[in-house]
Design a protein around this ligand. Structure first.
Ligand code: SF4
Ligand code: SF4
Length: 361
């Protein structure tokens, strides 16, 4: 009987201690992981980037007010509730880090630490986050000092080199056993840095300017997009004529071949474009291209956080495609494929998009 009582009391004691440890350690994930998995994006967080939201609704750039609307994440308070749930759910297993190409090539980014650093900061300033405006003035100075720490910055919670090392490959999201969506965190912080702080690597600035002025990352003239078509038509052996759509697609056209900036302008990628056009031709697929009317899908701008420019390019392309009467698109570039198939529907661009490998198979 004595042994039984001791055992029982120990059992209760261990459980009570564990309850305290749970809420103050990574073991919190025992409770939050099922919720995080349940509320993760479907089909998964790898396809489309989430739309920009402010005050509970999708941000409309034409009506946005810089005084009241939130543009991305500039402070930890701007994190979405799913973002906070991500923080509490990390099991610290390190799978994301071990698969991250940035981490594996000695860049300062660890997706695991990206989540944990934000979590630790959120816990450290919890009294500030939970206090009302009046109560905040009476908080201890160390809490107020921490609350004033920038989210991104040399002295901030996340170093800018960490933020700009991410390639958006999605390996971390794919690997995470509890569906933490690192890319959503990174994109949200980039949006604030780019659109509000104008704080981004100088190389990105040149690229964004080229996208805005010329519709491609290198800033070359639109007419250059037709060069591969001329090369294919003028080659001495088996010349191929590719239809360039100028206004409406012909009735018997099956697919619009979306070539992409690299596919049209970059020498190595042009070889792939010509090979795909030739294979489509041999397979008897009726296809055409937009030629100089095609512009960048906006993917590089979106991944950098320049949502405004993405919107501009995407709307311009959707208008061109709709006016031409395009219904089905075949794409070679994985970036274009993802943007056209998964992100354009957010702006009303509904097309049936296939990758060239699917179509040829
Ligand atoms: S998406 Fe970014 S953080 Fe995640 S694995 Fe790829 S490079 Fe690393
Ligand atoms: S894979 Fe997920 S749970 Fe594991 S350390 Fe990375 S973010 Fe945390």
């Amino acid at each position: 009987e004595v042994l039984e009582k001791v055992g029982l009391l120990l059992h209760i004691g261990v459980m009570l201690v564990f309850l305290v440890i749970v809420v103050n350690s990574k073991h919190l994930h025992i409770f939050t992981a099922p919720l995080n998995v349940m509320f993760s994006r479907r089909p998964d967080g790898l396809g489309a980037v989430p739309e920009m939201r402010s005050n509970g609704k999708v941000l409309d750039f034409e009506e946005a007010d810089p005084d009241t609307d939130v543009f991305g994440r500039g402070k930890i308070e701007d994190t979405t509730w799913k973002g906070f749930l991500d923080f509490y759910t990390c099991t610290e297993c390190g799978r994301c880090q071990s698969q991250c190409p940035a981490w594996n090539t000695d860049k300062p980014l660890s997706p695991k630490m990206l989540i944990l650093d934000q979590r630790d900061h959120a816990f450290a300033i919890a009294p500030y986050l939970l206090a009302s405006e009046e109560e905040r003035a009476n908080l201890p100075e160390d809490v107020l000092a921490l609350a004033g720490k920038p989210l991104v910055g040399e002295e901030g919670v996340i170093h800018p080199d960490v933020l700009w090392s991410c390639t958006n490959c999605g390996a971390c999201v794919e690997q995470c056993p509890v569906d933490i969506e690192h890319i959503d965190h990174i994109i949200d912080m980039r949006r604030y840095q780019v659109m509000i702080e104008s704080n981004f690597p100088s190389e990105a600035g040149v690229m964004l300017k080229n996208l805005e002025n010329k519709g491609n990352p290198w800033g070359v003239s639109e007419s250059k997009r037709a060069e591969w078509i001329e090369e294919l038509a003028s080659r001495p052996v088996d010349p191929i004529e590719v239809l360039v759509i100028d206004e409406k697609v012909p009735d018997d056209l099956e697919y619009l071949f979306w070539v992409g900036c690299a596919g049209a302008l970059e020498d190595r990628a042009k070889k792939t474009t010509k090979a795909v056009a030739e294979l489509l031709h041999i397979a008897g697929v009726k296809f055409g291209v937009l030629g100089p009317m095609e512009a960048c899908t906006g993917d590089p701008a979106r991944r950098l956080g320049m949502e405004f420019l993405f919107n501009m390019l995407a709307q311009q392309n959707i208008e061109t495609l709709n006016e031409a009467g395009v219904k089905k698109i075949v794409a070679t570039c994985p970036h274009c494929f993802n943007t056209l198939a998964n992100e354009y529907p957010q702006l009303g661009g509904m097309f049936e998009v296939v990758h060239h490998t699917q179509l040829l198979a």
